[in-house]
Design a protein around this ligand. Structure first.
Ligand SMILES: NC(=O)c1ccc[n+]([C@@H]2O[C@H](COP(=O)([O-])OP(=O)(O)OC[C@H]3O[C@@H](n4cnc5c(N)ncnc54)[C@H](OP(=O)(O)O)[C@@H]3O)[C@@H](O)[C@H]2O)c1
Length: 275
């Protein structure tokens, strides 16, 4: 494929669930013509909803796979092998760029099912992609060209930021950091909410203050030239209230606990990948 650009390519989705629908919405918001997007799913209701909401082409058959430039595989990992084996003949002549977002399925697995010379980008997105604020890491196998890499990046950037990793094994670390990461922040917000209620604030006040503090802190950090340690020190006056809280976190071993937790997630990702 030569001179690929998001505006002039066709993109097919196999699986039209949560992730695929957010990607499709993100792509449409970049100005892509809905007639250039195809989606297949075994669930007719999902397809009807998607067609009504977005005007993309929807179908229960995967025939479009033979003609689209890019195929996004967005089914659950356990369905991936069968889906790929069914696609092998369809894509034999067209050789589209494959983007897989399935957790735990390696590019070698995919190439074994789809054809050894398939151009495959493996991606680990996270749930904030559902609101266009995702963080995705991408790995390309050796058959992927530079222009295909560019396209894969643009597809994933329709729902947030994306970064490339050079070693596929790093996907397990990415899974432990950004894949599972939203839950870590939810847990922290949960704990702050509970502490706020224990201090006597109402549930509603605790919710609003904790959510917006997390949002404000993340946006402040993203927009700042200062590193995260400097930002923390900036709000930690010697002898002040924040210092007392930070000292309590440090005394309780928060940093070691976080490191242990992230390492446990990475180990589990490796185990699941082997299965
Ligand atoms: N959601 C996340 O936060 C997240 C994060 C990282 C990675 N991922 C990965 O993204 C992928 C999709 O996740 P999701 O949350 O979007 O899942 P989902 O909502 O369950 O979507 C998958 C869709 O594919 C359909 N499907 C199953 N077999 C099919 C087939 N043979 N042909 C066509 N469609 C088929 C499913 O139908 P049925 O429901 O009827 O089976 C479902 O509608 C997964 O592999 C997951 O590992 C998700």
């Amino acid at each position: 494929m030569q001179d690929l650009s998001l505006k002039n390519i066709s993109i097919g989705f196999i699986g039209a669930g949560n992730m695929a629908v957010s990607l499709i919405k993100g792509l449409l918001s970049t100005g892509i013509n809905p007639t250039n997007i195809w989606a297949a799913d075994i669930d007719q209701e999902k397809l009807e909803r998607l067609a009504a909401d977005s005007k993309v082409n929807t179908t229960r058959s995967e025939d479009f796979a033979a003609t689209t430039d890019v195929l996004v595989l967005a089914v659950k990992p356990q369905a991936m092998k069968n889906v790929c084996l069914q696609l092998t003949n369809e894509i034999n002549g067209s050789k589209p760029l494959i983007i897989s977002i399935a957790a735990g399925i390696t590019t070698d697995n995919l190439a074994a099912w789809l054809g050894a010379d398939s151009s495959i980008v493996r991606c680990m997105p996270n749930t904030p992609a559902l609101i266009g604020k995702g963080a995705s890491a991408l790995f390309a196998n050796s058959a992927v060209s530079d222009s295909q890499k560019q396209i894969a990046q643009e597809v994933m950037e329709a729902v947030g930021i994306s970064v490339w990793i050079a070693a596929e094994a790093d996907i397990d670390s990415v899974t432990a950091v950004s894949g599972s990461g939203p839950a870590y922040f939810f847990l922290f917000i949960e704990a702050i909410q509970k502490a706020a209620v224990d201090l006597g604030l109402s549930e509603e006040l605790a919710r609003q203050l904790s959510y917006h503090t997390a949002l404000g802190a993340a946006e402040l950090a993203i927009g700042s030239d200062d590193d995260i340690e400097t930002l923390r020190k900036n709000v930690t006056s010697p002898g002040g209230t924040t210092e007392k809280a930070i000292l309590a976190f440090e005394k309780g071993g928060l940093r070691e606990l976080v490191a242990d937790a992230v390492q446990a997630a990475q180990r589990r990702s490796i185990e699941l990948g082997k299965n």
